[in-house]
Structure formats: C-alpha cells, structure tokens
Write a new protein. Structure first.
Length: 207
C-alpha cells in the first residue's frame, strides 16, 4: 500500500481509529503506528512521520510495557486511568488531526474534534468498566478486560487501514456498547458509593 492509495475514506478511518484507540491504549497506538511506518508496512501521512523516529519508538515502547503491566493490577489500573484522563483525550485529538496535517486545515480540525470525542468516549467507558470490575475481589475479570483492550487496539487499527468500511461498522457497534456500559456501570457505582456511605455513616454514628 502506498500513500496515494490512502483515499479520504482510509484517512478518516485512520483518524477515527487513532482517536478511539488512544482512549484505551495511547502508548500502544503511538508505538504500533510508528512501528508500522518504520517497517514500511504503512506509509504514514506527513503529520505522523515523527512516530517513526527511533527515540519516539523507544519511549512509546517503554511506556507501552509499563501500561501493559499497570493495567493488569486491580486498583493501580484505575489510578493509571485517572492520571491519563488529561493525556489520552488531547493526544487522541492530536493524532487524529496529524493524519491530515497542516495542508488540510479544515479536515485536520474536524479530525481533531472526532479524535478527541472518540478518545473521551473510549476512555470514560474503560475507566468506568475497570472501576466496576475492581469492586470484585477476584482479579480474573480485570485481567480479561485488560487483555480485551490489548487485542482491540491493533485489530481496529488494522481494519481502519485495510477494511475501512468494516472498521466503521465495528466502531459504531463499539460506541453503542461503550455508551450503554458507561451508563449502566455509572448507576451501579453511584449506588455502591451511596451504600458504603450509609454503612460507614451508620457505623460512625453507632460508635
């Protein structure tokens, strides 16, 4: 595949994939995209060429490993997600905008809005789901959800480049599921917090 074969549909799909996946695994997105460009598997647009630089690959690869491990540890994963709330969303917007670069300002602006929104949606869904999973004493559901996120990122990036129409269908389905899960799990967490407050409040009053 050459850069000329990446038509508007492919570029929009790539921008959407970078934004959405950044909300789940930002460092995996940066590393895998840069690695694909460096190995010649994917001709990266000019705005993303910096991801191919060895220094960027090294740094993103190191952070990928750290995030991979942190995401498998209950409670630590939620703290990691909380810290990255201020990182993943703007990074998703920036990566999406970089697909079109400065020569297409209008498209870059739209892509930034799209990427930031998708990153926020996936990040909130991930954070809420993992917080709910952490209420369970067993670690297996947490690890399973983490591995699902690990697998989803490269699959969606690949679909965006090779089969953009299929990617858009999968993205639409993923967004519906994420929004529904976020709504349901937020209600669950709010009820749990209220129950704990009442329990500890009653205990403190009795003491």
């Amino acid at each position: 595949m050459t850069l000329d074969t990446l038509d508007t549909t492919h570029l929009v799909a790539l921008a959407a994939a970078l934004g959405w996946a950044s909300g789940l695994r930002l460092y995996a997105v940066v590393f895998l995209t840069g690695l694909a460009g460096w190995l010649g598997w994917l001709p990266l647009p000019a705005g993303l060429k910096v991801l191919e630089h060895p220094v960027v690959l090294g740094a993103s690869g190191l952070m990928l490993v750290i995030e991979f491990l942190a995401d498998k540890i209950p409670a630590l994963d939620s703290m990691w997600d909380a810290v990255h709330t201020v990182i993943r969303i703007p990074a998703g917007a920036a990566l999406a905008a970089a697909v079109f670069g400065g020569d297409h300002a209008a498209w870059a602006t739209v892509a930034a809005l799209l990427g930031g929104t998708l990153a926020a949606t996936s990040h909130v869904a991930k954070t809420t789901t993992r917080a709910a999973a952490n209420t369970s004493p067993e670690p297996f559901s947490n690890i399973a959800l983490s591995l699902l996120g690990d697998a989803a990122v490269p699959v969606m990036l690949w679909l965006a480049v090779e089969h953009p129409i299929v990617f858009f269908a999968c993205l639409a389905l993923a967004l519906v599921v994420m929004v529904a899960l976020t709504w349901l799990l937020m209600k669950f967490l709010i009820r749990l917090i209220r129950t704990l407050r009442q329990r500890f409040g009653a205990g403190a009053a009795a003491a």
